[in-house]
Design a protein around this ligand. Structure first.
Ligand code: BG6
Length: 476
């Protein structure tokens, strides 16, 4: 990254900017991964000066190098719904161009609640901000859209149509930061660079797949945003779908942007939808006790903070294999895992020596303790023959002495270098929204009793256990 750029963060005083974007930019700066000249413009309603904006970032202010970094921060006060702020922004961006003596690339990062996207896009277009400066027109602008991308299939399609009227596909970056996670990217290397896993990655060998995304925290300060969205839209439509895709995906034709996006899109398309009439059978909707008393949450809110569902796929290799997926807030720990549970085929030779109920399990730990764990059966030490399961593992920390690059750093690096490989394409989004929208439709026709309450620090409502246990299996 040598070319100067300007990045405008809409919603710059919000959680995402504060907790992820500015820290990630700061970290890239410290690693000398940003060009010498770059301009970060925060655009928000608050009446801040540049200095007040620089002082907004709490504990970062204490860090060495912050004062050097913060010189790159600027602020533009503006109401998203009024032209004034956008016109002033143009002047600010033009002054950067003037300083650089060239039209520098402009990135517009929409880190606001999703209801503002349309308004902001309209103003980017009507004020011609979307076109950038200079004769080469919109070649020098990019737009970055955070999730949730729409509220359902229909609104996602409408948002995409709006975007494509203003920007070309190569200018659009639809963020799902899970795609930037080291461990998720490693799944491709792990599956396809090693010769020994793919031959067993099919219905002959795999019994079922479990995916868990559990978070210890509740909604914290994000009640207003979360209450209007819920867990299924917040992490289901995006992060969970990408975890699922990494399991179903066939080998990409090459590691080029479009081949990889094709492989992901085909994987998501292969997920069999749960019809609205089947939702009560295959989907659990939970809310932690005390959620309705959280700040900015409606006192009678029926928003789910937990969901679990079971589905299967029509992908050739994994056809019919059950996938059990759960995600929730206020769970016992922070953990994201994908587990491939293999069919237990303890050989007849060992039957009388106590074959463990569950045999081989391959667990990809997305976080924490990023790594891969393989549960195998071993002989217990001693004079008698007895069997027990043990774990073999690889962790990033042990092998590479690092956890890898933070997801938002990867997201930003790719945006700045114009690499769209780890950003969602419209067809991926359409397939995932199709799946999620059917569940939402099922929930809409359910009575309130469909929402199950669960205690904090538990693994969700008991119905989530029943979902898997009625098939004679257990959450790991
Ligand atoms: C965000 C969701 O996209 O992902 C949050 O909006 C969730 O609700 C977060 O907590 C989880 O991301 P990570 O990287 O902390 O696992």
């Amino acid at each position: 990254m040598n070319s100067p750029f300007a990045i405008v963060i809409f919603g710059a005083t919000g959680d995402l900017a504060q907790n992820k974007l500015i820290p990630a930019l700061f970290s890239l700066f410290k690693q000398s991964l940003l060009p010498e000249d770059f301009f970060v413009v925060g655009f928000s309603r608050r009446d801040y000066s540049d200095d007040e904006f620089r002082d907004h970032f709490g504990e970062l202010l204490e860090k060495p190098e912050w004062s050097d970094f913060s010189k790159h921060l600027y602020y533009q006060n503006g109401d998203f719904t009024k032209e004034k702020g956008y016109l002033e922004l143009i002047k600010k961006l033009n002054s950067f161009d003037k300083q650089m003596g060239a039209c520098i690339t402009r990135f517009f990062y929409l880190a606001t609640p999703p209801e503002n996207y349309e308004t902001i896009l309209n103003f980017l277009s009507s004020t011609k901000l979307s076109e950038g400066c200079g004769q080469e027109s919109n070649k020098w602008t990019r737009v970055i859209i955070e999730k949730p991308f729409g509220k359902d299939l229909e609104t996602a399609i409408a948002l995409d149509e709006k975007l494509s009227k203003i920007f070309e596909e190569k200018q659009i970056f639809r963020v799902d930061h899970y795609l930037g996670k080291e461990t998720l990217q490693n799944m491709l290397a792990f599956r396809f660079a090693n010769g020994i896993f793919e031959p067993t990655w099919n219905k002959e060998y795999i019994d079922h797949v479990q995916i868990t995304l559990s978070e210890k925290n509740g909604v914290e300060k994000r009640g207003k945003f979360f209450d209007g969205v819920g867990m299924l839209r917040d992490v289901g439509q995006n992060h969970l779908m990408q975890l699922i895709a990494a399991v179903i995906m066939g080998q990409p034709k090459s590691f080029t942007k479009e081949d990889l996006r094709d492989a992901r899109a085909n994987a998501i398309k292969a997920i069999n939808c749960i019809e609205p009439s089947e939702v009560s059978k295959y989907v659990v909707r939970g809310q932690y006790e005390g959620y309705r008393e959280e700040k900015d949450v409606l006192p009678n809110s029926n928003t789910e903070t937990f969901t679990a569902f079971k589905f299967n796929t029509n992908s050739e290799k994994l056809e019919g294999i059950p996938f059990y997926v759960r995600a929730g807030k206020k769970m016992p720990k922070d953990e994201v895992t994908i587990s491939i549970v293999f069919i237990q085929t303890c050989h007849i030779l060992f039957k009388e020596y106590g074959c463990p109920e569950v045999g081989n399990v391959l667990t990809i730990k997305i976080q924490p303790d990023e790594g891969i764990y393989l549960r195998v059966i071993a002989k217990k030490p001693g004079s008698k023959l007895a069997l027990e399961t043990v774990d073999m593992h690889f962790t990033y920390e042990e092998s590479f002495k690092t956890k890898g690059i933070e997801a938002y750093e990867k997201v930003l690096i790719d945006i700045f270098s114009g690499d769209q490989m780890l950003f969602s394409r419209s067809d991926e989004l359409a397939s995932s929204w199709k799946f999620i929208t059917k569940i939402l439709e099922g929930w809409a026709s359910e009575s309130e009793s469909g929402l199950k309450h669960y205690k904090s620090e538990t693994w969700g409502p008991k119905e989530a256990d029943e979902l898997i246990e009625k098939d004679g299996r257990k959450w790991l």
